[in-house]
Design a protein around this ligand. Structure first.
Ligand SMILES: Nc1nc2c(ncn2[C@@H]2O[C@H](COP(=O)(O)OP(=O)(O)OP(=O)(O)O)[C@@H](O)[C@H]2O)c(=O)[nH]1
Ligand SMILES: [Mg+2]
Length: 335
C-alpha cells in the first residue's frame, strides 16, 4: 500500500509528477530536510521508482567533470532522454567554490524543461550528504527522468557511498594528472567502468592516455564484469569532442548492466543504504529528543529543590528570629 502523506506534500508530489518545476524544487527541499516527513516521502518515492540508469562522474579536481557533464546532458537530450543531475559540492580544499562553477557550467540547460540540476553541499546538511543525495536519486527516478547524472570528486566516505549507488561510474582525468596513477586510486576512482582523458585538446594528452591505458591493461584500475571490459576514451569538453562516443559507451554499459542482471541489484543496494541512513537519523533524532526531555526533567527537579531550599531557609530564618525574640524577652536577668 502506498505510504500516506500530509495533504500539502501529496499535492506537491502530484504537481511535481505533472512536470511543475517549482513544485519539484519545493518537494526536493522537503526531502533534504531531516525528519519523519522526508523519511515517508522517500519511502513513497522509492515505491514509484523505475530503476533508471544512474551515472556517476568522478575524478581529479578540475579535470573538467562539470563541463563534460554539461556536454553529456546535451547529447542525452538530443537522444530524447530527460536528464536530472545531482552535483555534489566538493569538500576538497583543492576545488573550493566549485559549486558556483558547476552552476555556471551547466547553466546552458537551465531553461530546458527536460533537465533538472540540483546542487547540494555538505554545508547546511549536518553531515547528511549521502542521505540527501540518495534521496534525490530516488526522487528523480520516481519523477520521470530517464538518466540521472551525479558529479562528485569521489573522495570521502559520503562521496564513495553515493558513487556506489551508480550503475555506471565514469572516471575523468586530464593531462598531467594521469602520470601519477595513485591519483586514480583514491576513493572510487579505481573502480571505473569508463575512463575519460579529458582536455585532449592539450598536447600532453596522448601521454596520459598511454599511461591510463597501461594501468587498465595491467588491471591496476577499472571494474571488469563478466561481459564488460572498462573503456578508455578521449574527450575535449570545451571543444565538444568525443562526447558522442562517451554517451555511446554509457549506453553500452547500461545494456551490459541490464543483461548481467545488475540493474535492480544496484537499485536495491542503494535503497538498503538509504534506509539505513534514514533509520540512523531517526534514531539519532529520537535520542536527542529523549536527552533534551531528560535535561528538562533534571532542570525542573533542580528548580523545585531550590524552591524548597529557599522556603526552608526562609522558615529557618523566621524561626531564628522567633527564638532570639523569645530569648530577648525571657532572658534579660534582673528585669
Ligand atoms: N583545455 C581544456 N580545458 C577544459 C576542458 N574541459 C574543462 N576545461 C577547463 O577546466 C577547468 C575546470 O573545469 P570544470 O568543468 O569545472 O572541472 P571539474 O572537474 O568539474 O572541477 P571540480 O568540480 O572543481 O573538481 C575550467 O576552466 C574548464 O573550462 C577541455 O576539454 N579542455
Ligand atoms: Mg565540477
Amino acid at each position: 500500500m502506498a505510504v500516506e502523506l500530509p495533504e500539502a506534500a501529496e499535492s506537491l508530489l502530484e504537481n511535481a509528477l505533472k512536470g511543475n518545476m517549482r513544485a519539484m524544487g519545493r518537494l526536493l527541499s522537503l526531502l533534504e530536510k531531516p525528519g519523519a516527513l522526508s523519511a515517508r516521502l522517500v519511502e513513497r518515492l522509492a515505491s514509484m521508482a523505475r530503476g533508471v540508469q544512474v551515472v556517476g562522474f568522478t575524478g581529479i579536481p578540475g579535470a573538467g567533470k562539470s563541463t563534460l557533464v554539461s556536454r553529456v546532458i546535451g547529447e542525452l537530450r538530443r537522444r530524447g532522454y530527460k536528464v536530472a543531475v545531482v552535483a555534489i559540492d566538493p569538500t576538497s580544499p583543492l576545488s573550493q567554490g566549485a559549486l558556483m562553477g558547476d552552476r555556471l557550467r551547466m547553466q546552458e540547460h537551465s531553461t530546458d524543461p527536460g533537465v533538472f540540476i540540483r546542487s547540494i553541499s555538505t554545508r547546511g546538511l549536518r553531515g547528511g550528504l549521502s542521505l540527501a543525495a540518495l534521496a534525490l536519486i530516488e526522487a528523480f527516478d520516481a519523477l520521470g527522468y530517464d538518466k540521472i547524472l551525479i558529479e562528485t570528486v569521489g573522495v570521502g566516505q559520503a562521496e564513495v557511498d553515493i558513487m556506489h549507488a551508480a550503475h555506471t561510474i565514469v572516471v575523468v582525468t586530464m593531462p598531467g594528472a594521469g602520470d601519477d596513477i595513485q591519483a586514480l586510486k583514491a576513493g572510487v576512482m579505481e573502480i571505473g567502468d569508463i575512463y575519460v582523458v579529458n582536455k585532449s585538446d592539450k598536447p600532453e594528452a596522448s601521454r596520459t592516455y598511454e599511461y591510463v591505458s597501461f594501468a587498465l591493461e595491467k588491471g591496476d584500475i577499472g571494474r571488469s564484469g563478466a561481459a564488460w571490459v572498462p573503456r578508455l576514451l578521449r574527450t575535449s569538453a570545451v571543444m565538444g569532442q568525443g562526447i558522442r562516443e562517451l554517451v555511446d559507451a554509457i549506453e553500452e554499459h547500461w545494456s551490459y548492466v541490464e543483461s548481467a542482471g545488475l540493474r535492480w541489484e544496484r537499485v536495491y543496494s542503494r535503497r538498503a543504504l538509504l534506509m539505513r541512513l534514514i533509520a540512523e537519523r531517526l534514531l539519532a533524532e529520537s535520542l536527542e529528543d529523549a536527552a533534551s526531555r531528560e535535561r528538562e526533567r533534571i532542570l525542573e527537579a533542580a528548580r523545585a529543590a531550590r524552591g524548597f531550599l529557599e522556603e526552608a531557609l526562609h522558615l529557618a530564618g523566621k524561626a531564628c528570629g522567633e527564638v532570639s525574640k523569645l530569648t530577648a524577652s525571657n532572658g534579660e536577668p534582673g528585669e
